[in-house]
Design a protein around this ligand. Structure first.
Ligand SMILES: [Zn+2]
Length: 414
């Protein structure tokens, strides 16, 4: 492992001059109040070489060469804004420099961000550390051929158990997501022998965990472009690489809020499940669902501190809207109780924007999980995707409280 690290350090973006640089890039926070504003911003969003929405339609990263044009467009349309982050490269440098100087331990360190190889190894090591309680299951290979293991967590049982799924890292640049998923999963395993509540959860459910769904894209954020979001599969007839893996699921695929344009950051792919990582998860879960009912499905993202209920593709409410909302509310309260971090909740479509081909809609609509969510972790934009490492543990601790509250609710209401 340490031998690999030496090589990796040489390739990481903090040291490599090959990496995409964000000198002088700013993030603007927009004051969006009308549908007309959103309409204007959607048009801007279709030109990815000019702008990159970190959080549509509120936070917009702009390159220095287009900054004056964008400001003029905003002014013309009477959309107010403030400069929120004034040099994105400074934050990127801080993250990688920290890693280069301070990371040197054989013990898995949950307080730092990890490369995909370390996350891969973490799944295997964790399974080995908890025989009878954890198991690594190879479910697929990524587009670039990386093995993808799911960690199954739960005590052995003679009778068929119900199931839970949660995943992280579907969007490459959201580093806090896999970090939090790993910390929480390790905590469930450690708490099994000391916390009766957790024991009953792992006795009743098989919890399947995938910490890093978009493994190729994530590796790209370490080695070439820290702000990458999509997968790494090339697109026919376009120079633009990658699909938005959270617009690629085979439920209401191709509708509103997913782009048909391969260069867009929300590109839906050329067909549903075109991305091997999405297809791999969907195939695994559909097979499992033949023998186990998935009661809870959570896709962890960042950022904005939202607990989002289904649906995303429409403003219509699901038949389970009342209980889904009750769970989301309880989850937000549990998160708040740990460090006072404020989360808000609502349906994805209403609270955020319409998006189609989403994992959570597939979780509810196809997999049949009555409780299917997107959770957007810290922060509310101070650092955005470049959340400092000293927030990994606090984020994980509060999210773990939310996760346990969600499982407890599901246990009582299914
Ligand atoms: Zn995301």
């Amino acid at each position: 492992m340490l031998g690999n690290l030496v090589v990796l350090v040489l390739l990481m973006c903090g040291t490599s001059t090959e990496c995409t640089r964000y000198d002088g890039y700013v993030v603007l926070r927009l004051d969006v109040s009308t549908d007309q504003d959103v309409h204007v911003l959607k048009q801007i969003q279709e030109v990815p070489e000019v702008v990159d929405f970190w959080d549509f339609p509120r936070d917009l990263m702009v390159s220095p060469s287009y900054l004056e044009d964008i400001k003029a467009t905003l002014k013309e349309n009477k959309i107010k804004y403030v400069t929120w982050i004034d040099n994105v490269q400074d934050l990127i440098d801080t993250q990688f420099n920290h890693r280069n100087t301070e990371y040197s331990t054989d013990e898995f360190n949950y307080a730092v961000y990890h490369t995909w190889e370390e996350i891969y190894q973490w799944v295997l090591d964790t399974a080995a550390a908890y025989p009878g309680l954890a198991e690594a299951i190879l479910i697929m290979h990524s587009y670039q051929g990386k093995e993808q293991y799911v960690l199954k967590v739960g005590s052995d049982s003679a009778t068929p158990k119900e199931a839970i799924w949660y995943q992280g890292g579907i969007h490459a640049r959201e580093w806090i997501s896999p970090a939090t998923v790993m910390w929480m999963t390790n905590q469930l395993l450690m708490d099994y022998s000391v916390d009766p509540e957790v024991k009953s959860m792992l006795d009743q459910y098989d919890i399947y965990v995938l910490p890093l769904l978009n493994v190729d894209g994530y590796n790209h954020t370490w080695e070439e472009d820290r702000m990458w979001r999509k997968t790494q599969k090339p697109n026919n007839g376009s120079n633009c690489i990658g699909t938005d893996a959270n617009r690629n699921w085979d439920y209401m695929w191709g509708g509103e809020g997913a782009s048909a344009f391969p260069c867009a950051s929300t590109y839906r792919g050329d067909s549903a499940h075109s991305e091997p990582e999405v297809k791999g998860v969907a195939t695994f879960l559909e097979l499992k669902a033949l023998e186990q009912t998935f009661q809870l499905f959570i896709d962890f993202h960042s950022y904005s501190q939202y607990w989002l209920t289904t649906w995303g593709y429409t403003l219509d409410l699901t038949d389970d809207h009342v209980t889904q909302t009750a769970l989301a509310s309880i989850g937000c309260d549990a998160i708040y109780s740990v460090h006072g971090t404020v989360y808000t909740y609502g349906t994805f479509a209403d609270h955020l924007y319409i998006g189609s081909g989403l994992s959570q809609d597939w979780g509810y609509g196809t997999l049949g999980s009555p409780y299917s969510f997107t959770v957007e972790l810290r922060d509310t934009g101070e650092y955005g995707f470049l959340l400092p490492e000293d927030q990994i543990i606090p984020t994980s601790e509060e999210t773990y409280a939310g996760l346990k509250a969600a499982i407890t609710y599901v246990m009582a209401n299914t």
